[in-house]
Design a protein around this ligand. Structure first.
Ligand SMILES: NC(=O)c1ccc[n+]([C@@H]2O[C@H](COP(=O)([O-])OP(=O)(O)OC[C@H]3O[C@@H](n4cnc5c(N)ncnc54)[C@H](OP(=O)(O)O)[C@@H]3O)[C@@H](O)[C@H]2O)c1
Length: 177
């Protein structure tokens, strides 16, 4: 069972800019072949667990629903799944260990954990096993940070680095000890 982060950050560690926008991600030049590991990652996971804000950001994009795996959206405020997404999005809430226990019991073993606050909350409880971080060479100067405060340091082992032909670097880390 693995809880995996797959996320893009700016050079200065932000996942959204000062306006909460992801427009800076659209400036990435596509690579000649492949999608910088995204489809391999999606193949590997059984479900996504994302924060409500990230769900709402995805729903605001004028694109087809991008996920073929179930999305478990963490929220204390949503009382129902947004219209049209029944069967694709499922609401969950409560202590993360309980949420994970329920999903693992249902057979969802490898989970894609997404959303800033959500990732930070998982890390606070030492519940992240792997992080695949794609660094976009831009300094945003502020915004939503990927990482926040922790009670204790968490050590990771470096597994792999890849430099794509658009100059973007991706690092893969695994939690140790
Ligand atoms: N750069 C990238 O690759 C990337 C990827 C993903 C997201 N983002 C960006 O990051 C931003 C969104 O992240 P975010 O930090 O605002 O938050 P988020 O993690 O997406 O959502 C936070 C919300 O999740 C809910 N939540 C979290 N833990 C919960 C729990 N245990 N039980 C119940 N509800 C829980 C709460 O929703 P309620 O308020 O409903 O209770 C909380 O307000 C957006 O700007 C998004 O575009 C960037």
């Amino acid at each position: 069972m693995s809880n995996i982060v797959f996320i893009a950050t700016s050079l200065d560690g932000f996942i959204a800019d000062k306006n909460g926008s992801l427009d800076w991600l659209n400036e990435i030049e596509p690579i000649e072949s492949g999608d910088m590991g995204y489809s391999d990652h999606m193949e590997r996971i059984d479900a996504l667990v994302m924060g409500r804000n990230t769900l709402q950001m995805v729903l605001s994009f004028d694109v087809e629903w991008p996920y073929s795996k179930p999305v478990y959206a963490l929220s204390n405020t949503l009382s129902e799944v947004p219209k049209g997404y029944e069967g694709k999005v499922f609401l969950v809430k409560g202590p993360l260990k309980e949420v994970l226990k329920k999903l693992n019991k249902e057979g969802f073993k490898n989970l894609y954990i997404d959303g800033g606050i959500t990732i930070q909350n998982f890390l606070k409880e030492d519940l992240i096993d792997e992080m695949i971080i794609t660094t976009i060479p831009v300094l945003l100067g502020g915004g939503a940070s990927l990482f926040g405060e922790l009670n204790n340091p968490l050590h990771f082992k470096h597994i792999k680095s890849e430099r794509f032909d658009n100059g973007i670097v991706q690092n893969h880390f695994q939690r140790i000890g």
